[in-house]
Write a protein that binds this ligand. Sequence first.
Ligand SMILES: Nc1ncnc2c1ncn2[C@@H]1O[C@H](COP(=O)(O)OP(=O)(O)OP(=O)(O)O)[C@@H](O)[C@H]1O
Length: 414
Amino acid sequence: MALQCVPSVSSASLIHRLPATRSSMAIAGFLSRLSKYQTPFSLLKLSRSFGFISVPETRKPYNNLFQVRSVAAPAEAAAGFDEMAAGTKRKYYMLGGKGGVGKTSCAASLAVKFANHGHPTIVVSTDPAHSLSDSFAQNLTGGMLVPVEGPDSPLFALEINPEKAREEFRSASQKNGGTGVKDFMDSMGLGMLVEQLGELKLGELLDTPPPGLDEAIAISKVMQFVEAPEYSMFTRIVFDTAPTGHTLRLLSLPDFLDASIGKILKLKQKLASATSAIKSVFGQEQPRQDAADKLEQLKERMGKVRELFRDTESTEFVIVTIPTVMAISESSRLCASLKKEHVPVRRLIVNQVLPPSTSDCKFCAMKRKDQMRALDMIQNDQELADLALIQAPLVDVEIRGVPALKFMGDMVWK
Ligand SMILES: Nc1ncnc2c1ncn2[C@@H]1O[C@H](COP(=O)(O)OP(=O)(O)OP(=O)(O)O)[C@@H](O)[C@H]1O
């Protein structure tokens, strides 16, 4: 009974939109949106070659239908959503925080809002436990760019499977140089170098990657394709990141890679000179060093990911939390780590705040008091106090589907 009277933001406006979505809009909207999402041939071709897009083959290329709607840049940059939506230069928004606080809902609602403000947008999930499909109530699985039905401008979603990305990386490395190099060196009797390989734990690095590597590979894979000119039309990229622990490990990963890759590259030089000597004597094929090359490439991309994370011009990390002591303490630690790594953080979303009510039950009154105490913590927290605070109310229905995300976006992103 206590729970029944939990006051909430009236979802009436949300609910009345739902029948329309499911009935007439479903067919008419789908057909009209289908034409909106016509994809330029080059984009389609490139996306397929990357294995990232799942637009049906039957969609014909009509470049004029996939144009960027002009985005009005306000005369003066405002601190809220207007500032976030200003200009057509690409911006990246990364949303992160403790598990279950509403990262996906906030990321998806921001992506919908950008798309409805004329920004062709990509929303990417690098969380191994994806919930973008659930949030949009559409099937977005498969590790490819999938058009989201509903918003006014193109919105594509991508659920990157870090496991799969790592697997690809690992099998390519092993096939071309991981164990192959070892076998070759063994057969040549170059035990010393094999031992060194073992010492460097190259195989282990690929088999059991350090924590954070999955996410790093996923993000660098995303960067690889968003850097392609065919994707330049996407002016907003929103990341729904994995919970805090992953993010923190991701930030420390470049240093780890620097250390291990440095060693591997040194070994690579040794191998190259040893094998060229062998080749000159026996006429043998030089072993391919793709494992080392791949790591070198990863290191380079990780450097770019790190640069991107630190670029105050184009990137912002938004922390999402809920009004509980535990969540706020974790957010404070996350914020401190982000600042230490020079990652721009400006906003803190406190989600699921109980809205005020005149007819409180005991449970609600207690809960609200508890939340107020937690909110006070933010004001006194030296990491969080200077962030722009956005309070998002707890609503009485689950936030699923584009209309619901639009509703949430209008509450959160003002
Ligand atoms: N303001 C809100 N009011 C009511 N329900 C909400 C609100 N924000 C999020 N939710 C609900 O809370 C649940 C968790 O939200 P969401 O999946 O966005 O969290 P998350 O932080 O991404 O979770 P995870 O860490 O598991 O990926 C969902 O069912 C979502 O609909």
